[in-house]
Design a protein around this ligand. Structure first.
Ligand SMILES: O=C(O)CCC(=O)C(=O)O
Ligand SMILES: [Fe+2]
Length: 303
């Protein structure tokens, strides 16, 4: 029996009725049309072993050394650095969008390496580009990400933009894994959500990024199936801007290290908030508007 984790504040076991298992697309990797039909059907592509384990492992070490040097005791004294054991008396270090670490050659070898670029150029059947901003995350025990579409954070450019989530190390479900609401991208029961929340922009509209805090309440009301898997170093999961996702709670005593990056065809327009040496990110908001909470936004959306 696997240890339980949480979706939001609700305890779930894995695999179970409310948290099923993602399928990989490795048997389709040679076929552009096969990958596209799978993406249309599932809203995601899980690839096992896209990247070399040793190279991922080296990047992990580099990230942890950076955290060690730049944070205040983020890791428990007298533990192995590579295990990233959380120190409740320490202070976290910022890694998200920090190019000193996201653009370290060891890390870029994964995030902009040949394997990932080749995959996207094969998928788009044309040259691709990635954002300079990279969401490198160190997630402490007890934490998870709320349910959301990525479109609300980065939807100003290409409609073909895709997210690629890359775990830096083995991440079993109880360490906090990317979790997809399969069906959210195409079921008609979600069309109102896609047409309202899915068309918002957190900076322009001051609307909430997360679609509430309770992932299971979404599937209970609108359908679809929450699914995740145990990830190993080298695996990645790719999904659309309108695929609802969240993460399971990190139940371990270690930091969970991952990075999410974006890819699109090079010739498409790009969301400029995420481009350059010093991207503006979410720093420019429409100040004439007041921030709207989820409860109020839902009423406006008629959901
Ligand atoms: O890493 C997480 O927990 C959330 C990641 C995410 O939202 C994404 O990859 O778009
Ligand atoms: Fe996301």
């Amino acid at each position: 029996m696997r240890p339980v984790t949480f979706l939001g504040d609700r305890e779930v076991s894995f695999p179970s009725q409310c948290l099923g298992t993602l399928r990989d697309c490795n048997d389709l990797l040679h076929s552009n049309s096969g990958l596209h039909s799978r993406m249309e059907e599932d809203g995601y592509l899980l690839i096992r072993g896209l990247m070399n384990r040793q190279i991922v492992s080296k990047a992990r070490k580099t990230i942890l050394s950076y955290a060690q040097e730049n944070g205040e005791l983020p890791f428990k004294p007298d533990t192995d650095l590579i295990d990233a054991v959380y120190n409740p008396d320490g202070r976290p270090v910022r890694t998200m969008g920090e190019q000193e670490i996201t653009h370290h050659p060891d890390v870029l070898k994964i995030l902009e390496g040949r394997e990932i670029i080749n995959f996207f150029e094969h998928f788009f059947a044309q040259p691709c580009r990635t954002f300079d901003y990279k969401w490198l995350r160190m997630i402490p025990p007890g934490r998870s990400a709320g349910p959301h579409f990525d479109a609300v954070y980065m939807g100003r450019g290409s409609p073909r933009l895709l997210t690629c989530w890359v775990p830096f190390g083995d991440v079993p479900v109880e360490k906090g894994t990317l979790t997809i609401l399969v069906g959210s991208h195409n079921l008609s029961s979600f069309s109102k959500i896609r047409q309202t929340y899915g068309k918002t922009d957190v900076d322009r509209d001051r609307t909430p990024g997360h679609f509430g805090v309770d992932p299971l309440s979404i599937s209970e009301k609108f359908g679809g199936k929450w699914q995740t898997t145990d990830f190993e170093a080298g695996d990645v999961i790719i999904f659309t801007m309108h695929t609802l996702h969240t993460s399971t709670r990190n139940m371990s005593d270690q930091w969970r290290i991952s990075c999410d990056v974006r890819f699109q065809p090079k010739s498409d327009s790009v969301d400029n908030r995420w481009v350059g040496e010093n991207p503006v990110a979410h720093s420019v908001k429409d100040k004439s508007k007041q921030e709207i909470c989820f409860e109020k936004a839902k009423i406006n959306w008629g959901i």
